[in-house]
Write a protein that binds this ligand. Structure first.
Ligand SMILES: Cc1cc2nc3c(=O)[nH]c(=O)nc-3n(C[C@H](O)[C@H](O)[C@H](O)COP(=O)(O)OP(=O)(O)OC[C@H]3O[C@@H](n4cnc5c(N)ncnc54)[C@H](O)[C@@H]3O)c2cc1C
Ligand code: FES
Length: 352
């Protein structure tokens, strides 16, 4: 059975065949940062210093360049030999690392389910036990869909100040278990969630901010925008929101109202197939960004939505001047099933 040693803490665990490194570490009483546990979010990224690892995480959570540089996703990797893995990038103290898994499970009750568009709904869950959840704007929870296998990741859309509820924005896929469940859900039904997890959050900086959302990807950005407004943060923010048709835009008044509270915030909805009565931006969200933002030097970028949108928007903002390290994103890679649009990469990472 291979051993995995974690730097810089100099602790070693045994990892049985078929068990991901993350699960082995959690079950042996150590804590590592994680999110979706499915190779989709990138929270559990760590650097392989020595040894061979097999990694099946998605290419959205870990780019090809990251893999070539030796990074791996601990939730979806297994050691092929004894290894040394540097987890410094998780920013844990020795105490946190040794404290074991602190992610809590919460019992919630459905408060409301609202149709926001023909394919997206808003869900409010009231926290019952424990009755409050502290989180950072941008994080997500793992939802246990009643009657379905596995867990699904959904980002909080509410700001952390509303800590007795969880507001979600959920895209409904044909045959998608959570969407099917929500169609018949009633107020008071119990749903278990665990969290908060994930590493997307507004970074402290003097840079301006560009936020780019597609579909239900507005959820974490709405949370972050509300939080920035509540904290009277004065950084200039431009929010681009892309939809295929006008019907697929939602929370427009809410977003406009948030942006109107700051002289430095601008909201730009962008519709791909708009009728003659639409007088806003048209085309793909990336077309509108390229038209309006000639340079993004000195910006932090926060991107969220379907993987192809995130990939295209990330490439564009970097081309326009955002530093690679300042482009933060959550790609909504499906967490309940094998990713259809982002084939899992089977990679073996070998370090000297
Ligand atoms: C970090 C993170 C945060 C996320 N946050 C959100 C969020 O806030 N809101 C949200 O709506 N989703 C979010 N997701 C995606 C979410 O976790 C689910 O995977 C997704 O909504 C599908 O769940 P389901 O139960 O409806 O479908 P499942 O029952 O898991 O899948 C059923 C069918 O739906 C299809 N399907 C599922 N997802 C997709 C997709 N993306 N594209 C095409 N077909 C698909 C599959 O082909 C499958 O056949 C997030 C994902 C990650 C990794
Ligand atoms: S927890 Fe590993 S990629 Fe999400």
């Amino acid at each position: 059975m291979p051993n995995v040693r974690f730097a810089p803490f100099d602790r070693t665990i045994e990892c049985a065949e078929g068990v991901p490194i993350l699960s082995a570490a959690l079950s042996q009483g150590y804590f590592l940062r994680y999110g979706c546990k499915h190779g989709g979010c990138g929270t559990c990224k760590a650097l392989v210093i020595e040894g061979d690892i097999e990694d099946s995480g998605s290419s959205f959570a870990l780019t090809h360049a990251d893999r070539s540089d030796g990074w791996t996703l601990l939730c979806s990797s297994q050691p092929l030999s004894d290894c040394v893995i540097d987890i410094s990038a998780m920013g844990l103290t020795d105490e946190e690392f040794q404290a074991g898994d602190q992610v809590e499970t919460f019992e919630t009750m459905i408060e409301r389910v609202t149709d926001l568009t023909p394919t997206i709904c808003g869900v409010t869950l009231r926290l019952v036990n424990p009755p409050e959840m502290r989180f950072t704007a941008g994080q997500f929870v793992n939802v246990e869909v009643p009657g379905a296998d596995g867990i699904r990741a959904f980002s909080m859309a509410n700001a952390p100040s509303a800590d007795s509820e969880i507001e979600l924005i959920v895209r409904l896929f044909p045959g998608g278990r959570f969407g099917e469940y929500l169609k018949h859900a009633e107020k008071g039904q119990v749903i278990r969630v665990s969290g908060p997890v994930g590493s997307l959050r507004v970074r402290l900086s003097y840079r301006k901010i560009i936020m780019i959302a597609g579909g239900s990807g507005m959820a974490p950005l709405l949370s972050m925008l509300t939080d920035l407004t509540e904290k009277n943060d004065r950084r200039p923010v431009t929010v681009f929101f892309g939809a295929r048709t006008c019907d697929e835009l939602y929370y427009i008044d809410r977003l406009k109202a948030l942006c109107s509270l700051s002289a430095h915030a601008e909201f730009v909805p962008v519709v791909q197939d708009a009728g003659d009565d639409w007088n806003g931006e048209r085309g793909l969200v990336t077309d509108a960004i390229a038209r309006r933002m000639h340079s993004l030097r000195g910006y932090d970028a926060y991107l969220c939505g379907p993987p192809p949108m995130v990939e295209a928007a990330r490439a564009l903002v970097i081309q326009l001047g955002v530093r690679d390290a300042n482009a933060y994103f959550d790609a909504f890679v499906p967490t309940g099933v094998a990713p259809p649009s982002a084939p899992a990469a089977e990679t073996s990472t070998a370090r000297p």
